[in-house]
Design a protein around this ligand. Structure first.
Ligand code: DGL
Length: 270
């Protein structure tokens, strides 16, 4: 039964777990196979060609596990590779950028939206493009925050260094009178409290993870792929390096216990 098949979710590292958490909360009947490409992180400083190559390899790996749908829980890969891989496979692919842009467009009151993300995501201009399509009066201000991903991967989520970097990165956007700030990298919700301290209470922080899980639920429903069974706990987590470190981090984020994380060499496997 295809409905019983798992959902494949991936990111360059732990960031995609912010999306996994939402999927587990919103559609607990689904089993997840996660891949974190920790050996090749960060994606945000790589070229489009490289991110497409990595994304193709991971999609092939997840499909070899019999997944019924794929969630690209990475803004960088969603921005640079989603359209390409979607046209190459015959199962649904959900990314994080469109759902995030949708919430931002619905949230802003003054039409001034800040987007923080990796260098690749910001340079792609994808949030700008999607937001302007939905409302041509919206003004989008992007800011790349390249040091946030390594800080999160190092576990420095509540640390003075992260706070200092947040002041430097976000201070510039605050001068633009934004009223909405999109956390346009799946790692950033993990430092939400620090970002909140810098941005203040008057700015709405948009975490695309919630809307992405909602979008996945709708796609599964539409395609008759939803698994309505009892809540699952047999999720499987793969990484390309540092399995134990990843496992410990995952257990601080997810609502269920991650007992094991498997190390694999994705380049050998696909
Ligand atoms: N978490 C990812 C994103 O949403 C990737 C970060 C990176 O590897 O640079 O963009």
């Amino acid at each position: 039964m295809i409905n019983k098949a798992p959902i494949g979710v991936f990111d360059s590292g732990v960031g995609g777990l912010t999306v996994v958490k939402e999927i587990m909360n919103q559609i607990p009947g689904e089993t997840i196979i996660y891949f974190g490409d920790t050996a090749r992180l960060p994606y945000g400083s790589k070229s489009k060609e490289t991110v497409i190559t990595y994304t193709r390899q991971i999609v092939r790996f997840l499909m070899s596990k019999g997944v019924k749908a794929i969630v690209i829980a990475c803004n960088t890969a969603s921005a640079l590779a989603l359209d390409t891989v979607e046209s190459e496979i015959n199962i649904p692919v959900v990314g994080v950028v469109k759902p995030g842009a949708k919430v931002a467009a619905e949230t802003t009151r003054n039409g001034r939206i800040g987007v923080i993300g990796t260098v690749a995501t910001i340079q792609s201009g994808i949030y700008n493009e999607i937001l302007n399509k939905s409302n041509s009066h919206v003004k989008v201000f992007g800011k790349a925050c390249p040091l946030f991903v390594p800080l999160v991967e190092e576990g420095l989520v509540d640390d003075p260094v992260t706070f200092e970097m947040a002041k430097r990165y976000i201070g510039e956007l605050l001068e633009k009178q934004i009223d909405t700030l999109v956390l346009g990298c799946t790692h950033y919700p993990l430092i939400r409290e620090t970002i909140r301290k810098v941005a203040g209470e008057g700015i709405t922080l948009v975490n695309p993870a919630y809307e992405t899980a909602k979008c996945l639920a709708e796609v599964l429903e539409d395609k008759g792929l939803k698994n309505d069974d009892t809540p699952k706990s047999d999720h499987i987590f793969y990484v390309s390096d540092g399995a134990e470190k990843f496992r410990q981090f995952a257990n601080t984020i997810l609502p269920c216990e991650v007992v094991e994380t498997k190390d694999i060499n994705i380049e050998e496997l696909v």
